[in-house]
Design a protein around this ligand. Structure first.
Ligand SMILES: Nc1ncnc2c1ncn2[C@@H]1O[C@H](COP(=O)(O)OP(=O)(O)OP(=O)(O)O)[C@@H](O)[C@H]1O
Ligand SMILES: [Mg+2]
Length: 270
C-alpha cells in the first residue's frame, strides 16, 4: 500500500501484508486450540497431517507452532519444495539439516536417518515439516514411512508434519499410502474462515497497523466475506484494494460500494 494511503487512514503499516511477525499472528480460539493440539502431538513424538483450502492460514499456524517449540528440545526443519523426486527430496532434507548431500538415494537416506538417530541420543526431537505436501511425488510418499521406522519400528525418533490442500488426505487414504497414513495419528483440518472470523480478522489486522476505529463498514465486510470463501489470503488482497479505492475517493471508511467496485474489476487490485 502507498504511504499516502496509510497516512490517509492514520495507519503506521500496511494492515493486510503477508509480512506479519510470528508474535503478531492472529490466533482466535479455534486456531489457538489447533496450535495446542499440534504442540501436544509433537511433544508425544507423533506425526501430524494438517489440511485446508488455499489461503486459510496453514503456514501461519506452523509459524505459531514454531514459536512454541523450544530449540533446546526440538529441531524443526521446514521443507516447502515438495515437487522433487525421492533422491532430490532427501538431498533437500540433507541441506536443510546442514548435512552434505551424498550422490546416491541410499546414501542420502542413510545420512538423514543417522542424523535423526544422533539427535535422539542428544534428546533433541527432530520435526520435519513438509509444506505443500499434496505435491509430493508418489515415490517420496512410498518411502516416507521408512523414515519413521527406527530400531525395528519401536522408537519414535522423528515427527513428520504433512501440510497441504484437502486432496492430500484423499491421496493418503489410497491403499498404496496406507503404511504412511496409519502412522499419522493426528489429522487436523483448518476450516474456512467463518463470517465472524472475517470480521475479527479484519479488525485485528487493522488494530495491529494502528487503526483506532473501525475502517470497514459492516456491509462491506459482509460482501468481502461472501467473496473470499474462507481464504484469508484473498481477504488480504481484496481488503487492501478496497482501502485504496476508498482513499482515492477521499473516504475515511471503506463502504460496500468500494468493495463492490474492486470485485467488479473497476479498480486495479495490486
Ligand atoms: N493466523 C494468522 N494471522 C495473521 N494473518 C494470517 C493468519 N493466517 C493467515 N493469515 C494471512 O493469510 C495469508 C495466507 O495464509 P497462509 O499462507 O498461512 O495460508 P495457507 O493455508 O498456507 O495457503 P496455501 O495453501 O496457499 O499455502 C497470510 O499471508 C496472512 O496474511
Ligand atoms: Mg501455505
Amino acid at each position: 500500500m502507498r504511504s499516502s494511503d496509510l497516512e490517509w487512514f492514520g495507519l503506521r503499516s500496511a494492515p493486510f501484508s503477508k509480512e506479519i511477525a510470528d508474535d503478531d499472528l492472529w490466533l482466535p480460539t479455534s486456531k489457538a486450540e489447533l496450535v495446542d493440539e499440534l504442540e501436544e502431538a509433537i511433544a508425544a513424538r507423533a506425526s501430524v497431517l494438517l489440511t485446508g483450502e488455499p489461503g486459510v492460514g496453514k503456514t501461519c499456524v506452523l509459524r505459531a507452532l514454531r514459536k512454541r517449540l523450544s530449540p533446546d528440545d526440538y529441531r524443526l526443519t521446514y521443507c516447502h519444495n515438495a515437487t522433487l523426486g525421492r533422491r532430490d527430496f532427501y538431498r533437500q532434507l540433507c541441506v536443510a539439516l546442514g548435512l552434505t548431500p551424498s550422490a546416491t538415494a541410499a546414501a542420502v537416506f542413510y545420512a538423514v536417518s543417522t542424523h535423526v538417530e544422533e539427535l535422539g541420543k542428544e534428546r533433541i526431537h527432530p520435526v520435519f515439516l513438509l509444506d505443500e505436501a499434496h505435491l509430493l511425488h508418489q515415490d517420496v510418499l512410498d518411502h516416507l514411512h521408512i523414515l519413521l521406522n527406527y530400531q525395528w519400528d519401536s522408537r519414535a525418533l522423528l515427527s513428520l508434519v504433512l501440510i497441504g490442500l484437502p486432496e492430500l488426505e484423499t491421496q493418503l487414504e489410497r491403499r498404496r499410502n496406507r503404511s504412511l497414513y496409519t502412522r499419522i495419528h493426528h489429522r487436523c483440518v483448518i476450516d474456512d474462515a467463518t463470517a465472524s472470523d472475517t470480521t475479527e480478522y479484519i479488525s485485528y489486522r487493522l488494530g495491529l497497523a494502528g487503526a483506532t476505529k473501525s475502517l470497514f463498514a459492516g456491509d462491506a465486510v459482509e460482501l468481502l466475506h461472501e467473496h473470499v470463501a474462507g481464504s484469508l489470503r484473498d481477504l488480504d488482497r481484496l481488503a487492501q484494494a478496497a482501502m485504496r479505492d476508498a482513499a482515492r475517493r477521499k473516504k475515511k471508511t471503506v463502504d460496500r460500494d468500494a468493495v463492490a467496485r474492486v470485485l467488479g474489476g473497476r479498480m486495479p487490485i495490486a
